[in-house]
Design a binder for this molecule. Sequence first.
Ligand code: AMP
Ligand code: GLY
Length: 423
Amino acid sequence: MARATVVVVGGGGREHALCLALGASSHVGSLHCVPGNAGTAHLATNHHISGGLDELVRLCIEVGADLVVVGPEAPLCDGLADACEAHGLPCFGPVAALAHLEGSKLHAKQTMDRAGVPTAAYQRLDADSDIDAALDAFANAPWVVKRDVLAGGKGVVVTEDRAEASAFIQSSIESDGFVLLEAFLPGEEASMLVVMDGTAFRTLPASQDHKRAYDGDLGPNTGGMGAYCPAPVVSDEVHAKILERIVEPMHAHLSSQATPYRGVLFIGLMIDEHGDPYVVEFNVRFGDPECQVTLPLIKTDVFSLLHAAATDGLQEVQLEVHPATAVTVVLASEGYPASPVKGRPIGGLDEATEASTYGETWVNFAGVGSDESGYLATGGRVLSCTAMGDDLKTTQVKAYALMESLKLEGGHFRSDIAYRAIR
Ligand code: AMP
Ligand code: GLY
């Protein structure tokens, strides 16, 4: 193929990471991002569109896309991959019927039950259910209540407060018609990204996200405050169990559909004290910020990997991984996650972005915009400082040194990213 044109859909830190990885490929001639951010603007042509999927597909056709890479789940659940397929555009990201694995937690549970994949026991509750009896049945551990909607991480409550669990169940039933109550899984979380198509799957190195806002895994849930890769909790032995019990049955199911799953399946895992893995959730996209620490460790050309998966050619691609580590630390705006303060200037970025390609350290832009005065924070998660190196401890130190060189009034970040792996 002549050098390829690629369209990346999305505008966060994950999409900046995708643009960095795709921009580093000798197969990519031109890169577009919709809508992108001030970081992707260094690497790609950003496009702002006001319409829906039709306009997005039209843009992909206009620029002559050889590959569409979809960052977030919402356009996939809305049918972007279906629309691409109808126009003969290779799309990295599953069709809506399969994106439903993330769009509906009940559907994910039913799929896992059928495929025999280990996950927490659950009960579906609606207006006719006896909520007190259900709360009794799942007592002796925190209650885990999940809404069956895409809620950007706000649809799950894990609490030891019975009144809070009960209130969330009732309000969810009122708004959605039903809700899931599930058993609490003890253990350590890990994220596994599996690139797949109808012919094969390739597991990327496992990573670990830090979802709580404050050090020591305290405070409210967020989209993710930092991540590192690889995560030692996924030892070779645990990896083998994940493959056999989760990845192989899920791939068998997903590759046998009318349109096979073409994209990345993100498996949110809980690893218990015996090293047994359970699925907490499926996402149908790269994790954010897991993507920022996983892609740089991929030695295989990332365009070739994603294009192969979009075109059922994965069987021909071998995955090679750098024997290195990566750490990313998220800088969040004051008030994140409840009510982030936006519009404040970010200092130090000009110097830091001089090295906005893979090196020892770089910045992944997320909620960053710019005006004539310079860079501004435009979102809750503003950016993340990423470092790559031989061992996690020195990599962590380098990521924090980069963070210390930046300035954002009221901005906050966790100071313990990767602590579980560095004791
Ligand atoms: P989810 O949106 O399903 O990933 O849930 C958000 C977070 O809630 C997860 O990352 C876990 O930290 C926690 N969580 C979800 N389900 C469970 C469970 N069954 N047991 C323990 N923690 C859970
Ligand atoms: N970092 C978790 C997610 O992307 O859902």
